[in-house]
Write a protein that binds this ligand. Structure first.
Ligand SMILES: [Mg+2]
Length: 182
């Protein structure tokens, strides 16, 4: 089970992802989770630094797709704001939405990474779909009750991953120790 939960990369937040990482993993597309990955849970806005990061990545030719378990309205609103395609009601960790996102971006699975804050939906779904999985720390502590229960389980799983050697990536300096902020 742990092999489906092991992120290929663990970043403090999405904006840490830079050109170096894109090159190292030959990435051309990024599938973004919405809640607590690019937007605090339940909010209709995207932080300015994330918007700038998306634009900077787009200038480098990176394609995006938003994939969220949330229902249509807010997902579409944010996807439209960023000018990227989306898949709502994704039922992560099921594979289908991720594969649809890869298709929407017109890329091959090997060229795409999934970025998300939850092991049991984003990371597991990415791995099951054969995509690179990038874990980030969640943005906000306020969240959906179902997520809170997941988070409790994930806290334990994450501790196991740390014990087995999972490290957070620190730009310019390689990898830090278990710098867990959860
Ligand atoms: Mg999330």
């Amino acid at each position: 089970m742990l092999k489906y939960l092991w992120p290929d990369l663990y970043l403090e937040k999405v904006t840490v992802l830079d050109e170096g990482i894109l090159k190292k993993y030959s990435l051309k597309g990024l599938i973004l989770d919405l809640d607590n990955t690019i937007s605090p849970w339940g909010e209709r806005t995207i932080p300015q630094d994330v918007v700038k990061w998306v634009k900077r990545m787009q200038k480098l030719g990176i394609r995006f797709c938003l994939v969220s378990n949330n229902s249509n309205g807010r997902v579409q609103e944010i996807a439209d704001f960023l000018g990227i395609p989306y898949v709502a009601r994704a039922i992560k960790p099921r594979r289908r939405a991720f594969l649809r996102a890869v298709h929407l971006m017109g890329l091959k699975p090997l060229e795409v990474a999934v970025i998300g804050d939850q092991l049991l939906t984003d990371i597991m779904g990415a791995k099951r779909a054969g995509l690179m999985a990038i874990l980030v720390n969640p943005m906000a502590s306020r969240e959906f009750i179902g997520t809170k229960i997941n988070r409790f389980i994930e806290g334990h799983l994450l501790k196991r991953l740390f014990r087995k050697g999972l490290k957070i990536y620190v730009p310019q300096g390689g990898f830090n120790g278990n710098a867990d902020k959860r």
